[in-house]
Design a protein around this ligand. Structure first.
Ligand code: AMP
Length: 281
C-alpha cells in the first residue's frame, strides 16, 4: 500500500494501473467497520482500490464539529492496509483548496436544499459535491463507493455525476450497524455510555416505522407520529423525521412505492443521522 499526499503523486501511482478497473472510496478518516464494508466491496470488484482520507472543511457548518472531528491517521492506514487498499490519498487542505480556489459544484432543488441541506445550510452539500468532484477528477475511477447511511449525500452525488457526465459508476453499500442496531459512525465515539444507550431509539424508531408499514399503515403522518413517540420516550427531540422519495427527496404522504425514512437528531451534543427505505428498493 502506498500513501500519497498530492494529486500529481496519485496520478503517477495510478498511471500504470489503468489497465485494470479502479475503485475509489472517499472517507474523512476515523475509519470503522462501516468504512471497511465499502473497502471490501471495492476490493471484491476492482483491481486497484484507492481510499481517500480528507476532513473537508468546506462541508462542516460548525467550526466546533470540524475541530472535534476525530483524526486517527495511523489507525486508518493500518485498517486500510488490512483491507487490501492499494493507494491512500491523504492530502493537506492546501492541496485540495490552493490559494485562489474559487469554484463550487452546487446541486439545486430539493435534493440538496431540504433535510440535511436545510439543517446544515447550503454550504454543506456544496462542500460535499465540490470535494467529491475533485476526488473523482484526481483518481478517474471506474467505480466510486458510498454508504447508504448518508442517503441524501448519495442522491446529491448521483445528481451531479449524471449532470456533469462524470464517467463513473456509483456503488451504494448498505448501512453497517453495531450488533444492537446503531448505525456505525465516526461520531459515535463522542457519545457517553448513557447517550449511546439513548441513541438506540433512532434505529428503534426506524424499525417501528418499518413494522407498521409492513402491517399496512401507509399514511406517513401516522408513521411519523409513531417514530416521534419512540424517539421522545428516550428524550430525543429529532431535527427531522422525514418521509421522502429516495431519488428526488420530494415529500411523500402515502407509502405506495419506495420511501426513504430519514432521521436526524442530537443526542447530547452529538448529531446523528440514520435512515431506512420502506416499500421495497
Ligand atoms: P465519512 O468518513 O463519514 O465521510 O464516510 C465515508 C463513506 O463511508 C461515506 O460514503 C459514508 O456514507 C460511508 N459510511 C459511513 N458510515 C457508514 C456505515 N455505518 N455504513 C455504511 N457506510 C458508511
Amino acid at each position: 500500500m502506498i500513501v500519497v499526499r498530492t494529486v500529481a503523486d496519485l496520478r503517477a501511482a495510478l498511471r500504470e494501473r489503468r489497465g485494470g478497473s479502479i475503485g475509489l472510496v472517499p472517507t474523512m478518516g476515523a475509519l470503522h467497520e462501516g468504512h471497511a464494508t465499502l473497502l471490501r466491496a471495492a476490493r471484491d470488484t476492482d483491481e486497484t482500490v484507492v481510499m481517500t482520507i480528507f476532513v473537508n472543511p468546506a462541508q462542516f457548518d460548525e467550526q466546533s464539529d470540524l475541530a472535534a472531528y476525530p483524526r486517527t491517521e495511523d489507525a486508518d492506514l493500518a485498517l486500510a492496509e488490512a483491507e487490501g487498499v492499494d493507494v491512500v490519498f491523504a492530502p493537506e487542505t492546501s492541496e485540495v483548496y490552493p490559494d485562489g480556489f474559487a469554484t463550487t459544484v452546487s446541486v439545486g432543488g430539493a435534493i440538496a436544499e431540504t433535510l440535511e441541506g436545510a439543517e446544515r445550510g447550503r454550504a454543506h452539500f456544496d462542500g460535499v459535491a465540490t470535494v467529491v468532484t475533485k476526488l473523482m477528477l484526481a483518481a478517474l475511477p471506474d467505480h466510486a463507493y458510498f454508504g447508504a447511511k448518508d442517503a441524501q449525500q448519495v442522491a446529491v452525488i448521483r445528481r451531479f455525476v449524471a449532470d456533469l457526465g462524470i464517467p463513473v459508476t456509483l456503488v451504494v453499500c448498505p448501512t453497517s450497524r453495531d450488533a444492537d442496531g446503531l448505525a456505525r459512525s465516526s461520531r459515535n465515539t463522542r457519545l457517553s455510555p448513557e447517550e449511546r444507550a439513548r441513541a438506540l431509539a433512532i434505529p428503534h424508531a426506524l424499525q417501528e416505522v418499518t413494522d407498521a408499514a409492513a402491517a399496512g399503515i401507509a399514511d406517513t403522518e401516522a408513521l411519523h407520529a409513531r417514530a416521534l413517540a419512540t424517539l421522545e420516550a428516550s428524550g430525543i427531540r429529532p431535527e427531522y423525521v422525514a418521509f421522502v422519495d429516495p431519488l428526488t427527496f420530494a415529500p411523500v404522504s402515502v407509502v405506495d412505492g419506495p420511501v426513504l425514512v430519514a432521521i436526524a437528531a442530537r443526542v447530547g451534543s452529538t448529531r446523528l443521522i440514520d435512515n431506512t427505505v420502506l416499500g421495497g428498493a
